[in-house]
Design a protein around this ligand. Structure first.
Ligand SMILES: [Zn+2]
Length: 366
């Protein structure tokens, strides 16, 4: 009995000593966890003052007109489709504080871009000009029906959870990858120009997944890509201007003046893209079939000169030999064909690295 009493006393003493301490330790642990979570919250909420610098041309109308006029010769007459992502029933993409709705930011950037491009003489068609619901497929159908030269979809990115809210970069997507038949190198050209100037004016990097900040939509949906890029006939790119889930970016994206700066970056990228030129490919001559052989002659030209190494000629997806005479802008090749239907495809780039749209010609041999 006495022994039991001693055990009991030891137990009580143990309980008094550790009984108090253990909950305290638990409390401490809980507090630490909360503190860790708070670090994210504090980091996230701390940024209230947006930081960005405006280039002189956005403050000064004369300077801006001068810049726009410099790009006008290259943009005049171009039919450009601007697609502000989401909107209407689709307003679920929000920043963590709820301050930013992606659909609204996309629209503000798009409308500012429209104004710059119209001033430069381009014709603009938009998938929406207000907070409207527009079906994803219909965005491409509209662009296809309007026979546009270029399609640009404007979006803002998000990380999947708040612990990664530090993440922020600018990225521009093109469809498919080099080596895929559906890949069109001219789309990557446009993406590179837009990406560089947009990231530059926003002061953002291009992310670590690629060296130039451009990405294939197959990186996100292998083999499918983005609907708007896949379904649009014209060269098409999609811009993820920045991450609205980032606290610093959230503060900036809510400011219309900053959205205009973003649009300015895209505008400059487009202006510089068109200024770098796009080669033209014209059919000149096709011989009658003689002993199974048909000779072809095309004219490939660009005021910057053609990068002769860039030329590729395909017959039914198989690359075939060709010769190119730069002095005459003349591409020659011969195909050996039996009666049937064939498709010729020609790829080329100018000396600035800008590719022509892939050129297709149907060949029917009776
Ligand atoms: Zn989006």
């Amino acid at each position: 009995m006495k022994k039991n009493y001693i055990y009991l006393s030891v137990f009580i003493a143990f309980f008094i000593f550790f009984g108090c301490t253990i909950p305290e330790q638990q409390t401490t642990t809980t507090e630490t966890t909360e503190t860790t979570q708070n670090v994210y919250h504090v980091t996230y909420k701390k940024v209230e003052n947006a930081y960005y610098e405006l280039p002189p041309e956005l403050n000064d109308i004369e300077a801006r007109n001068k810049e726009i006029n410099e790009f006008a010769p290259y943009l005049r007459g171009k039919r450009i489709f601007i697609d502000p992502g989401h909107g209407g029933d689709d307003r679920k993409n929000k920043s963590y504080t709820g301050k930013i709705v992606e659909a609204d930011v996309n629209l503000r950037v798009a409308l500012n871009l429209r104004d710059f491009l119209i001033q430069a003489g381009a014709t603009i068609i938009m998938s929406r000009v207000s907070d409207q619901t527009v079906d994803l497929k219909y965005r491409s159908i509209m662009a296809n029906n309007n026979n546009v030269d270029l399609f640009i979809s404007i979006h803002h990115n998000a990380v999947p959870n708040i612990t990664r809210s530090w993440m922020n970069y600018t990225s521009t997507y093109y469809h498919a990858k080099p080596g895929n038949w559906e890949y069109e190198p001219n789309e990557k050209d446009v993406a590179r120009f837009i990406q560089r100037d947009l990231a530059f004016f926003m002061g953002n990097s291009g992310g670590l997944g690629s060296f130039d900040g451009t990405y294939s939509d197959y990186d996100i949906y292998p083999g499918d890509g983005f609907s708007v890029l896949r379904e649009t006939n014209a060269p098409a790119v999609l811009v993820e201007c920045a991450f609205h889930t980032n606290s610093m970016e959230e503060a900036r994206l809510g400011i219309e003046e900053f959205n205009r700066l973003q649009a300015w970056g895209i505008f400059r990228g487009l202006g510089r893209y068109y200024r770098a030129g796009i080669p033209t490919i014209e059919f000149s001559y096709q011989s009658p079939r003689n002993k199974g052989i048909v000779d072809f002659q095309f004219k490939i030209s660009d005021k910057n000169g053609i990068d002769t190494k860039s030329i590729e000629v395909y017959l039914n997806k198989i690359i075939i030999p060709h010769t190119f005479i730069p002095e005459l802008d003349q591409l020659n090749f011969s195909v050996y064909v039996q009666p049937g239907e064939y498709e010729i495809r020609i790829i080329t780039a100018n000396k600035n690295g800008n590719h022509a749209l892939p050129y297709y010609k149907k060949l029917i041999i009776n």
